[in-house]
Design a protein around this ligand. Structure first.
Ligand code: FEO
Length: 391
């Protein structure tokens, strides 16, 4: 069994999940998921988080191999969401002298989720508290809402390792990383905007604390251990959490009933491409991954939404998409609108109203109305919208 040595004294004992269809019951994970866990060996031995109960046996085998008969002194609990906390009870029951270390808020959540009461064996820590393991010292920082209220991160001062909880996490199993041709940022971005995106201000708070530290390695609870070029990853997190666009480009998200709104959206994409070299990305919300569409909406500085009127309102999948964007605090972008309607078009009005409730979203004119099918006058209107988009 392979157990990766991260530094002399810190080992990776996490596991991959290649059987789960949807993470958190909603996110597609074509390359699986990793639940990361680590073991620090010093005068005292600390387990850094457990894993999802789905992978208990595999994790225990790794833990036992790494422990080699020794007994852990501490279980550091950065986050009590079940994908990391599924084996807290197992550890506390099996090792009666092991002390759980967590934030005060984690205590109540653990009771709620796992029906356990380890209060007499929990050491709660607050901002700036430290725990000596021997040569190594862990320094704790609270990171509420990154991504739950009880979350904390820790900094191992000797090797300068940040145990960052969900921050800097990504979708994808470690054993399948090489298949991810787009590298870290694509699945990390989809993970960030869908899972942490609502809490950009809290992520900013964490980044300010991280900026005070000399971090050499980031050990997240999902995905790769980051060992070099950390400014790149931290820089992306800074951009994302400020809700700033990462790239110049136009993202076109559409839904369509009979293919006519689709034709308008794809015609617009062609016009833009003829007009300029600007990056254009297109998503068919009916078939493409909704969460990737959310990721792309945040990635680019401009977006076009195209949807038909349905039942006196907006085609539901577009309503769902825009609702997700609002929840995730979509802001600071320019948005163009294409609507379709055959007898009482209202889709454009509905979309405009939704974006007008979001911070610093500029609606680009003209709004294009497709009257059932794309006609020469529709193409002319799309050309006008394209000019505004390209600027
Ligand atoms: Fe990976 Fe918020 O749990």
């Amino acid at each position: 069994m392979e157990i990766t040595q991260i530094t002399n004294g810190i080992r990776y004992i996490g596991v991959d999940d290649l059987d789960l269809d949807l993470f958190e019951g909603q996110y597609e994970i074509p390359l699986g998921m990793s639940y990361n866990s680590y073991l620090i060996e010093d005068d005292k031995i600390a387990i850094m988080d457990t894993v999802d109960a789905r992978k208990t046996d595999e994790w225990i085998a790794k833990l036992d191999s790494a422990l080699a008969g020794r007994t852990p002194d501490y279980l550091i609990i950065h986050h009590v969401e079940p994908d990391h906390a599924g084996n807290i009870k197992y550890i506390m029951d099996r090792f009666p002298n092991c002390v759980g270390v967590c934030s005060q808020k984690a205590v109540g959540l653990m009771k709620r989720f796992f029906d356990v009461d380890f209060e007499d064996r929990l050491q709660t820590v607050k901002e700036g508290d430290t725990l000596s393991l021997g040569e190594r010292t862990l320094q704790f920082m609270m990171a509420p809402m990154v991504h739950w209220p009880e979350v904390m991160v820790s900094y191992e001062q000797k090797d300068k390792v940040l145990f960052s909880a969900d921050a800097f996490g990504k979708f994808g199993a470690l054993s399948r990383e090489e298949e991810d041709e787009e590298g870290w940022s694509c699945e990390a971005r989809r993970y960030y905007f869908n899972i942490c995106g609502k809490y950009g201000n809290m992520v900013q708070g964490l980044l300010k604390k991280v900026a005070q530290l000399d971090v050499k390695i980031i050990c997240s609870l999902h995905g790769s251990v980051l060992t070099e070029n950390l400014d790149y990853y931290i820089g992306l997190y800074d951009t994302w959490s400020k809700y700033e666009p990462e790239n110049e480009g136009i993202f076109i998200a559409y839904s369509s009933l009979h293919g006519n709104t689709e034709k308008a959206a794809l015609t617009l994409a062609s016009i833009i491409k003829e007009m300029s070299d600007i990056k254009v990305s297109v998503a068919d919300l009916r078939h493409d991954d909704m969460h990737e569409a959310i990721e792309d909406a945040f990635r680019y500085d401009r977006m076009v939404v195209a949807a038909p009127t349905y039942d006196g309102g907006l085609m539901p999948i577009m309503e769902d998409f825009i609702s997700h964007l609002k929840i995730k605090m979509y802001q600071n972008r320019k948005v163009g609108i294409i609507e379709n309607g055959s007898w009482a078009p209202v889709a454009g009005k509905k979309m405009r109203e939704a974006f007008e409730t979001m911070k610093n979203v500029t609606i680009l004119e003209p709004m294009v109305t497709v009257e059932s099918t794309v006609k020469p006058n529709t193409v002319e209107a799309l050309k006008e919208l394209a000019k505004t988009l390209v600027g």
